[in-house]
Design a protein around this ligand. Sequence first.
Ligand SMILES: [Zn+2]
Length: 201
Amino acid sequence: MQNNSVIDCPSCATRVNAPVIGAVHDPDSESAVVLLRCPSCNNPLLGLTQLYQTENNDWRYDHSERLWPAPSTVELNVSIPESARRDIKDAQKCISHSIYSAAVVLCGRALERLSKEKAPGSRTLADGLTELKNQNIIDERLFQWANALRKERNLGAHATDEEVTKENSQDVLSFTIAIFEYVYTLSEKYEEFIARKTVKK
Ligand SMILES: [Zn+2]
């Protein structure tokens, strides 16, 4: 059996073919949890993979989906509109493949969707965020965070020659997820909570 599996290494920000150090096979299926060592940075990686048989009847490990460190994609709450969830997931994929400028563009698109839905009159993303704050849809901290990112030209920067770094794209992604969870998930949970309280009275 060939003891390698392909996995995304977060420290190298690339896909690596890593040796399998240990594996726990599921007796009821062809799946296995594998401990891998990145051949480039030597960091440990834990993945979920499938076994498959080659034409020569050899068993191989398929590509691993990373379980640790933090999986490559965060599960986003279904209360977030599907189109925005898709943009955010694609942005996460771009970062794991070191395409940082595309990740920032995708986050910008998701934020524009948010602004269009929640602050329909605004012409720019900056106006939209101000409007969201004025309507108390986002709080002061999120607004300050958005402004800090805008000042660093990470948010809403169009066609610049400046290179987007890994750190910058991760900052923009963290902010994008935070604002969507605040606007959609948190307020929805709060309203459900209040509705339950009202029923009980
Ligand atoms: Zn690595």
